[in-house]
Design a protein around this ligand. Structure first.
Ligand SMILES: Cc1cc2nc3c(=O)[nH]c(=O)nc-3n(C[C@H](O)[C@H](O)[C@H](O)COP(=O)(O)OP(=O)(O)OC[C@H]3O[C@@H](n4cnc5c(N)ncnc54)[C@H](O)[C@@H]3O)c2cc1C
Length: 300
């Protein structure tokens, strides 16, 4: 990231929310269920799968967790009713992981059960490192009774290869990503080349073990290495899929699709857009240009 982009990334907490919203619009499908399902239907028409995420995290009480739980159930029903090719991505801290872990397991289990009844699938997003162990434990508990649940692992964490080994008996359905939270060097690789090497090392292990992998990245180098592995292991397109975020890497997305690989787009929506938007903006290599342009347009 260039110096000005880095300065602006660090100053984002001071950028007025309407400006953040304007620049982050491309990453979010809207505030309502209808808007998100409209975006989903449009992607489906182009042969692209979706995973829907109701924005929100770190709820402080059971009431908020319960609200998120009901919203997820409604979302599942609507996906089914509209016959969309979409599953669910959930964050455990939105379902009460920090406020009440037992209730979180109960809510998550009920979402997964309803998804199972509707023939759908639930992916548990991975949050910051304070959640990793609990998230993997909840995943293991859910797998005792349900097969339609998957989890995310992060290539920047030093522990991930071990985590993958300890979950091997479950043959999990994974999403593999680099990891987006700021973590200290004791637990996370900081150097991008090292993160990429670990990504490919983990991916190779998972694919060789027969795990289904959602290869979540917009990094052309990583995509190319993944394609090399897929060719080398002679994997059918049913053994994996590529995954990208709404509003990112659209050219790469088209390249992957036209080469015959499955692709899923992560579609976040809802009123709680701020934390997600800031994470996306910080990853945007042209952040400064977008923010400054939006500020001047607002001023003019
Ligand atoms: C489907 C999906 C689900 C994810 N789920 C999780 C999760 O559960 N937990 C978690 O910690 N992280 C998650 N992530 C985020 C992930 O960890 C990375 O932070 C993010 O994908 C950027 O990494 P990258 O692999 O694209 O590589 P990078 O090297 O960061 O990016 C590669 C290139 O992509 C482009 N790019 C990346 N981000 C942006 C952006 N915001 N705007 C414009 N261009 C951009 C740039 O050109 C960049 O050079 C998810 C990512 C995806 C795609």
């Amino acid at each position: 990231m260039r110096v000005l982009d880095r300065v602006i990334a660090n100053s984002l907490p001071f950028v007025p929310k309407p400006i953040v919203r304007k620049v982050a619009n491309r990453y979010i499908a809207g505030e309502t269920l209808d808007e998100a399902l409209g975006v989903t239907a449009a992607l489906n028409r182009n042969g692209i799968r979706a995973t829907l995420d109701i924005l929100g995290e770190d709820v402080e009480n059971l009431e908020q967790a319960q609200r998120a739980f009901h919203e997820n159930l409604t979302l599942l029903e609507e996906i089914h009713r509209r016959k969309l090719d979409a599953n669910l991505s959930i964050k455990l801290t939105q379902l009460g992981l920090k406020a009440d872990p037992k209730a979180c397991l109960e809510f998550t289990g009920r979402v997964v059960r309803r998804a199972e009844e509707l023939g759908n699938f639930v992916r548990i997003d991975m949050e910051d490192s304070s959640c990793t162990t609990d998230t993997l434990q909840i995943y293991r508990a859910l797998r005792k009774t349900h097969a339609n649940v998957g989890v995310v692992i992060q290539a920047y964490l030093r522990r991930t290869l071990n985590d993958v080994s300890s979950l091997e008996d479950l043959h999990p359905n994974y999403r593999l990503c680099k990891g987006v939270y700021v973590e200290p060097t004791e637990i996370a690789f900081q150097d991008m080349a090292e993160i990429n090497r670990n990504y490919i090392r983990i991916l190779e292990k998972l694919l060789r073990n027969g795990s289904y992998v959602g290869i979540a990245t917009h990094d052309e180098l990583v995509v190319r290495e993944a394609l090399r592995l897929i060719r080398e292991l002679r994997l059918p397109p049913t053994a994996y899929e590529f995954q990208m975020l709404l509003g990112v890497g659209e050219q790469l997305r088209d390249m992957i699709r036209s080469a015959g690989h499955h692709l899923r787009v992560y579609i976040p929506f809802g009123s709680d857009w701020y934390a997600y938007s800031v994470r996306r903006l910080k990853e945007n290599p042209r952040l400064a240009g977008y923010v400054l342009r939006a500020m001047f347009k607002n001023a003019g």
